[in-house]
Design a protein around this ligand. Structure first.
Ligand code: GLC
Length: 462
């Protein structure tokens, strides 16, 4: 969930400054206007690999992979710590093979991977010094982050970490209305939380400053001990439920992140969205953007994060899986609006991808092998090129190539094409067979070629 616009500033101020459990009225300090002094040119250079990559793999893996229902199971089903411990005691992804994970991502055309190093449950997938709640203390016994990062570095796959700002295991993370220890009867995401719901009592002895230091120590570990890390995906601030940038010293976290790996790119969930330099890319979650997101009057670098099905963590019985056609169209449409798509895989408790994820990844692989040129290094088409009805466009500015995805394949194989006078040559991208484009018409094969999405590549006179 993204940080939702503050519905009640003062209430948010009260909840936020005190970490979600106070009722005295305090002013919420405004964030700094700017962090760092990067020029737009330096920013564009630092973001270049990400914008060119266009397509990544999210991997949600943790103890929640064992109950196999949803990564929020601990709070949504209010699972007591002692009951949740059985997942820790039985965590042994014996089929985990970092090389297989990377091979499947690469084959599907994904050019970066983001792994949940620590999700809201607080369980750490690396050999951290700062807690015993870590993968090396489970029957699995190995540092999964180390193995995955090493293979990514060997295979030239960009690698990033998802790091949860929330921690439902840490004794100093203050209880709020989305915490598993919220007062009985408090609905998850319920009210803003307040004294009369007993938060004061639950939180006595909890100190968010100790928790913030814990997070900084862990970020320092992840960004010091594992070589080059390309991306940090912090998740997530919720100002109207009491936790915002002051709750976790977002400025300090971001400054530490950039100090340790100056090239790293960071998402927009530290609640610093109105701070110049407070984020690098906008995260649109589980939905298609209507248009290219605008921030501070400019087109933002953005990424939509989506699941194959309805859950980020492995959900055995969840069957709302997107079809290969849906997924390919989602990827093309995202790039047609200048964005990236990161598709999520939730490995099973054995550490492998289940057959449905493998099936979709193989379908993406088949399509990307022939049509990847319409994705990598592409963006929104120039304003003066109007897409034919039932199509979407992407554009590669360095090659002056226009890509026309035929979403609604015409029965007669003909499309009205207003830009036909600017087409120097056109072909079907998957087999390089010529496509005639002239006199305002694009002539396609009568029978739709066997592609999840048919794409025409056209050389355009500038
Ligand atoms: C939301 C979900 C979280 C998931 C994230 C991925 O924050 O609550 O479980 O990891 O989206 O974008």
């Amino acid at each position: 969930m993204k940080s939702i616009p503050i519905c009640s500033f003062v209430v948010a101020a009260v909840m936020c400054a005190a970490g979600g459990q106070s009722s005295q009225r305090v002013e919420r300090p405004a964030p700094p206007a700017r962090i760092g002094a990067e020029t737009r040119e330096q920013f564009a250079e630092r973001m270049r690999w990400f914008v060119d990559a266009r397509f990544g793999m999210f991997i949600h893996f943790g103890l929640y992979s064992l109950p196999a229902w949803h990564e929020w199971i601990k709070t949504r089903r209010v699972v007591p710590e002692e009951a949740y411990q059985r997942y820790f005691d039985n965590f042994n992804p014996d089929l985990f093979d970092a090389r297989e994970w990377v091979r499947k991502a690469k084959s599907a055309g994904m050019r970066y991977i983001v792994l949940t190093a620590k999700h809201h449950e607080g369980f750490c997938l690396w050999d951290t010094k700062f807690t015993d709640y870590k993968i090396t203390n489970t029957p699995f016994g190995r540092d999964l982050v180390r193995e995955l990062v090493d293979v990514c570095h060997q295979e030239g796959m960009r690698i990033g970490f998802y790091y949860s700002l929330l921690d439902w295991h840490h004794p100093d993370f203050t209880v709020d209305s989305i915490h598993p220890l919220r007062p009985k009867g408090e609905v998850c995401w319920g009210g803003v939380g307040s004294n009369d719901k007993g938060y004061e009592e639950i939180n006595s002895g909890r100190d968010m400053r100790r928790y913030v230091q814990y997070m900084k120590d862990q970020i320092a570990e992840l960004l010091t001990n594992y070589g080059r890390i390309d991306l940090l995906w912090y998740d997530f601030s919720y100002p109207d439920r009491g936790k915002c940038w002051t709750s976790w010293d977002s400025v300090g976290l971001l400054e530490l992140t950039r100090k340790l790996q100056p090239w790293i790119i960071v998402n927009d969930r530290l609640d610093l969205s109105d701070v110049e330099g407070g984020w690098d890319f906008v995260t649109v979650e589980q939905k298609k953007a209507d248009s290219w997101p605008i921030r501070n009057g400019r087109r933002a670098v953005w990424e939509t994060c989506q699941t194959f099905s309805g859950s980020w963590g492995y959900a055995r019985d969840e069957n709302s899986w997107k079809s290969p056609e849906d997924l390919v169209e989602l990827l093309f449409e995202t790039v047609s609006k200048g964005g990236n798509l990161i598709l999520n895989v939730g490995p099973t408790g054995r550490g492998d991808f289940d057959w449905r994820a493998n099936d979709r990844l193989e379908a993406m692989s088949r399509w990307m092998r022939f049509n990847g040129r319409s994705i990598y290094g592409c963006t929104r088409a120039p304003e003066d090129i109007k897409p034919p009805d039932g199509t979407m466009l992407t554009w590669n500015d360095s090659s002056s190539r226009l890509y026309v995805a035929i979403v609604k394949y015409p029965d007669d194989g003909e499309l009205e094409c207003q830009f036909s006078d600017r087409v120097l040559y056109a072909q079907l991208l998957h087999d390089a067979s010529e496509v005639k484009v002239d006199n305002g018409k694009m002539i396609l094969p009568k029978d739709k070629p066997k592609q999840s999405l048919v794409v025409v590549e056209a050389s355009i006179r500038r």
